[in-house]
Design a protein around this ligand. Structure first.
Ligand SMILES: NC(=O)c1ccc[n+]([C@@H]2O[C@H](COP(=O)([O-])OP(=O)(O)OC[C@H]3O[C@@H](n4cnc5c(N)ncnc54)[C@H](O)[C@@H]3O)[C@@H](O)[C@H]2O)c1
Ligand SMILES: [Zn+2]
Length: 351
C-alpha cells in the first residue's frame, strides 16, 4: 500500500492499493455512527461486519448522475437527521465519482461540515473525483453547479473493485490518467504505451502504478492551488471541447470519452499554433485509441459545438482559453486561437 498525502484545507492520505475494510475499521474507532452511501448494485459489496462498535446506516442512492440531484441530497439530509448524525459521526461514500461527489457534499453541508471518507470504486473516482476536495450536485442549469470544497479525511483506493467495473468505465477513467501523463508525467505514458483494456486487466501492478502516478499528479496540483485558479487549471487539459461534447451528446458519452476526444483536439490546436510536434499529437491518438477510447466526433457537429465552447466555465472574459502542451509535461495556455484555427483543429478530429 502506498500513501500519497494531499495538503489542502486539511491534510489527508490517498491510500492506494489498500483493503478498504481494514483501513475503514481504524478510521471509525471512537465514532458512534457511520453512514455508508452506495448504489443498489453495491449493497452486498459494501456490507460491514456486524460487530463494529459504531452503528452503521446504509443509504442507498440511484446510480450515476441521478445521485447528484436535489432529491437525493435532501433524502440524505433527512436520513442523517433521522439517524441523529452529530459532528463526530462519519459519512463514507462508496462508489463512482457520482456517489463520492454527493456523499462529500452531504458531509460538507450537514451541521456545516462533518468528516467523510471516500472509497472510490471506478478509475475516474480513484484518480480524479475523490481527490481534490470538490464535492457537489448538479443543477437544472448544468453539472456540478452546487457544491463545496470539503476534503475527506481519507481516500481508500482498493483495486479489487475494478474486477466488476465495465471495460467502458475502465477506459473512460484511464482518459484522466492519460491526461495526467501528458500534462505532468512521462512515466504514465510509458506505462500505457501499447496497452489494451484486456492487457491492463491482466496486469494489476501496472494499473496500481498508473493510479499512484495519476493521484500524485492531482495531489501536487491541488496542493499548489486548492481553490482552482491558474495552476489547477492544467487539470482541465482536453476538457474545454469535452464539456461542449458532453452537452452536445446529451451526456450519452462518458466524461472520459469526451475528454479523450478533447485531448486530441487540444493537441491538434497546439500543433496548428506551432507549439507541439506532430509526434506528440500522434502519441495522444495511439494511447487513447489503444484503450478503445473515441478520438473523433462527427464533422457536422462543429457548428453546434462552437457556441457551446464559449459557454465553458473556463472561458475567461470574451476570449476562449485552452490548456495545451508544448511537449510532454510542458503545459501552456492558448488564448489567442481564432475561429479558423479552431475549425482547422476540429477538421483534423472530425469523422
Ligand atoms: N469532484 C471532482 O473533483 C470530480 C472530478 C471528476 C469527476 N467528478 C464526477 O464524477 C462523476 C464521474 O465519475 P464516474 O465515471 O466514476 O461515474 P459514476 O459514478 O456515474 O460511475 C460510472 C458507472 O460505473 C459504475 N461503477 C462504479 N464503480 C463500479 C464497480 N467497481 N463495479 C461496477 N460498476 C461500477 C457506477 O455504478 C456507474 O454506473 C461525475 O459526476 C463527475 O462530475 C468529480
Ligand atoms: Zn475530467
Amino acid at each position: 500500500m502506498k500513501r500519497i498525502s494531499v495538503s489542502a484545507e486539511r491534510n489527508y492520505d490517498v491510500q492506494v492499493d489498500c483493503d478498504w475494510r481494514v483501513e475503514l475499521a481504524t478510521l471509525v474507532e471512537n465514532r458512534s455512527r457511520i453512514a455508508i452511501v452506495h448504489t443498489d448494485a453495491m449493497r452486498d459489496a459494501v456490507a460491514l461486519p456486524a460487530n463494529l462498535a459504531a452503528e452503521v446506516f446504509y443509504f442507498n442512492l440511484p446510480d450515476g448522475e441521478a445521485a447528484k440531484s436535489f432529491e437525493t441530497i435532501s433524502k440524505l439530509w433527512n436520513w442523517l437527521g433521522a439517524a441523529g448524525f452529530t459532528r463526530s459521526d462519519l459519512i463514507v461514500g462508496i462508489g463512482g465519482g457520482a456517489i463520492t461527489d454527493v456523499s462529500g457534499f452531504a458531509a460538507a453541508s450537514w451541521l456545516r461540515g462533518i468528516d467523510w471518507v471516500a472509497v472510490p470504486t471506478s478509475i475516474a473516482g480513484m484518480v480524479d473525483a475523490a481527490v481534490g476536495g470538490k464535492t457537489g450536485i448538479n443543477s437544472d442549469y448544468g453539472k456540478n453547479l452546487i457544491g463545496a470544497f470539503h476534503s475527506p479525511i481519507a481516500v481508500l483506493v482498493d483495486t479489487s473493485w475494478l474486477s466488476t467495473l465495465s471495460d467502458r468505465d475502465l477506459a473512460a477513467g484511464m482518459a484522466e490518467v492519460i491526461k495526467c501523463g501528458f500534462i505532468a508525467d512521462k512515466e504514465i505514458l510509458r506505462l500505457l504505451k501499447g496497452q489494451l483494456v484486456s492487457t491492463l486487466r491482466a496486469d494489476l501492478p501496472r494499473v496500481v502504478a498508473l493510479i499512484e502516478a495519476a493521484v500524485s499528479v492531482k495531489a501536487t496540483v491541488v496542493a499548489s492551488d486548492f481553490k482552482e485558479s491558474f495552476a489547477r487549471e492544467v487539470l482541465n487539459y482536453g476538457h474545454t471541447l469535452a464539456h461542449a461534447i458532453e452537452l452536445h451528446s446529451k451526456y450519452s458519452l462518458r466524461h472520459g470519452e469526451a475528454v479523450a476526444i478533447g485531448l486530441v483536439f487540444a493537441a491538434e490546436l497546439s500543433n496548428i499554433k506551432e507549439h507541439l510536434n506532430p509526434d506528440v499529437v500522434a502519441m495522444h491518438r495511439e494511447i487513447l485509441s489503444g484503450l478503445g477510447l473515441p478520438i473523433s466526433y462527427p464533422r457536422q457537429a462543429w457548428s453546434e459545438l462552437l457556441p457551446l465552447l464559449a459557454l465553458d466555465k473556463k472561458a475567461r472574459g470574451k476570449k476562449l482559453r485552452f490548456v495545451a502542451i508544448s511537449d510532454v509535461a510542458q503545459t501552456i495556455r492558448i488564448d489567442d486561437a481564432n475561429e479558423n484555427e479552431l475549425t482547422a483543429a476540429y477538421e483534423r478530429i472530425s469523422s
